[in-house]
Design a protein around this ligand. Structure first.
Ligand code: HEM
Length: 153
């Protein structure tokens, strides 16, 4: 089960990055348009769902299956001194929570805004900041101590 969740969590990160990027490009392209486009709406939903799914998979790994997290919680003092254990037990989790907060807050605030151009600006700002947190929380292969593969086969 750990392997299945890890693969899904790894693959879904690409879907999340792809949908988030497309959303930002399309939304920026229509930034002065007073009509909410269908493509924007579909991409907004896709971005939100991909992050929610990523979060859920992460929670399952975190709470039940991940050996890294189990080792970290077995001895937190030791874990805080180890870059990799600290990353998966704390930093990765908190950065992902920040991404969720920005995405859902931006979605909520923009839904309440009646002016479509202001609503789009709100979405663009909040969704871009969420995207930055997503990029920062990923254990990219060049991040020496915490490096994970770009793609799992
Ligand atoms: C922005 C959302 C997130 C992204 C983009 C993301 C991305 C990733 C990636 C790329 C990996 C490495 C997978 C691999 O080894 O191939 C990973 C590992 C992991 N993630 Fe996330 N993650 C996110 C959210 C979360 C959340 C919210 C949690 C916990 C609640 C979490 C828990 C974990 C754990 C525990 C591992 C290590 C699993 C293991 O090696 O056993 N992730 N994450």
């Amino acid at each position: 089960m750990h392997q299945i969740l890890l693969y899904l969590h790894s693959w879904n990160r690409w879907l999340l990055l792809f949908l988030g990027f497309l959303f930002l490009v399309v939304s920026f392209y229509y930034k002065n348009n007073t009509v909410q486009k269908r493509s924007e709406n579909i991409l907004r939903l896709g971005y939100l769902i991909a992050l929610d799914v990523q979060f859920l998979l992460g929670l399952l790994l975190y709470a039940i299956y991940s050996p890294e997290v189990k080792t970290a919680f077995a001895d937190l003092t030791f874990a805080m001194k180890s870059g990799v254990l600290r990353f998966f037990a704390l930093e990765h989790f908190f950065m992902a929570v920040l991404a969720m907060l920005f995405l859902h807050t931006g979605n909520y605030l923009s839904a309440k805004e009646e002016n479509p151009i202001k609503a789009r600006s709100l979405r663009l700002i909040f969704f871009s900041v969420a995207y930055l947190w997503v990029i920062l929380t990923i254990p990219w292969p060049f991040r020496e101590e915490i490096a994970r593969p770009l793609w799992r086969f």
